[in-house]
Design a protein around this ligand. Sequence first.
Ligand code: 9MR
Length: 572
Amino acid sequence: AATAATTAVRVNQVGYLPDGPKRATIVTTATQALSWQLRNASGALVASGSTVPRGADTPSGQSVQVADFSSYRSTGSGYVLSVDGAGSAPFDIRADLYDTLRSDSMAFFHHQRSGIAIDAALVGSAYARPAGHLGVAPNQGDTSVPCQATVCDYRQDVRGGWYDAGDQGKYVVNGGISTWLLVNSFERAERAGRDAALGDSTLRVPERGNGMPDVLDEARWELDFLMRMQVSEGRPYAGMAFHKVHDAAWTGMPLRPDQDAQPRELHRPSTAATLNLAAAAAQCARVFRPYDSAYADRCLSAARRAWTAAQANPALYAPASDSTGGGAYEDTRVTDEFYWAAAELYATTGESTYRDAVTASPWHTSADAFSPYGFGWADTAALGRLVLATVPNGLPASDLDRIKASVTAAADGYLSRMAAQGYAVPVPADGYFWGSNGELADDAIVMAVAGELTGDGRYRAGALETMDYLLGRNALGVSYVTGHGETSSQNQHHRFWAHQLDATLPHPPAGSLAGGPDSALQDPVAQEKLTGCAPAACYIDDIGSYSTNEVAVNWNAPLAWLAAYAAERTST
Ligand code: 9MR
């Protein structure tokens, strides 16, 4: 009788791990439980059961039910879940489900590299392009970039690194947390004895076969840039990091990086950027040491210099007003950056100066180091906690216990929020802001770490179920990752991957994560097309919607972290 009511079955369109949670959300006006059927590729019924009505779901503005087929553990591809006559997108159940996403999401960083030709042999001819911003005409940077007139009167070589996002700016705070996440992903895999999967010759990077794990090769491309952003000895603000480098005015679209004719500008140093460099470089010194001790030494000395410079200039804030030609990445509270940098320096060196800075920080005991809204470029206290909870260090057991408990308490909060929502997302209804997909992915990382600390499988399930959201089990039934899932984002805001504007240019490569729903409608396309949207539905796959559909290193980094984590076989 209720057949006409069901409108859609939302699943992870890539699929599910045999030993993982398997849930789907059904959008329906039906109020009574409905039956679900799972069929394999040949149409044979392999499992069935009843949905659980969940009623109105505030973030999506939909009335929903949940189907749970976790107990089905057989593998295959082309499964379809049906409820009330409506079928899901087809999906797989297999242990190697995330292998391709692991390499694709990591390849994103190689594609975003500045200062090096992107080679067709590695990426395919559609994505190949000449090196960007090496001072070759019409480019004017980044080998010799002038400081903004009000800042200093010299030029600095700040070549390399990754372009931040769809724009061609390079921002230390955002590059730093993204590098940190890639290196942290490797360090975590090492602890789990699974680092070979991220080792040498596992990725499509030019440095394949050099004896260095490829994920570290990729991170090093950015670390080299971050260290170039440091002010040299003998100059004003020595040891500080410039906040960012980008075009004088916003770069037009579409535009391949090597064709950018605008002047580039170095923007004033900031305490946040300096501490971000200190944290990422201190982590480098620890994790790179077994592979390249000279590089580890370089990183450590950059980290120490940055720390000292930040002590001397503790309140040099990047202003929100500095957003002509590039994002502001403004931050006027840097106590959390001090805590994170101190934690990294302490974990690497064991020195008492850094330990004292950790224990004296308000973030050492604050109950707010983890937030429902995730960590991010302006909120880094959680990163300090994650380091101290996972990297062996000399803090007293009582401190370590409290820090670990704070990670699991945060993860418990995410799990209970997921359980209370029809789409099982760890963020609250008011958490759909610019980059919400990155926020969700960051929360999932905290759950994964809690799982590592406790061995409690519920946390791994929470992290995996967050992947379900990103890959299609969401209000719009879209996978936000290009090329992964039956219906995926493909017109993300990007100056080179701008197929929507110019058919000779490619779509974003597979593995590119869209920023996701942003209920504040902060671009003209969103304002025109999304008026009145429910928070989790404020997304449009249009290249003009930079507030909902851009790509960015700080969103792809947690995706890559999670894909590597989810790709690990727990039972083999
Ligand atoms: O991710 C950033 C988001 O938190 C801010 O609200 C937004 C506006 O300042 O900027 C986002 O970052 C963008 C940056 O400013 C410029 N490069 C593209 C970034 C992703 O959209």
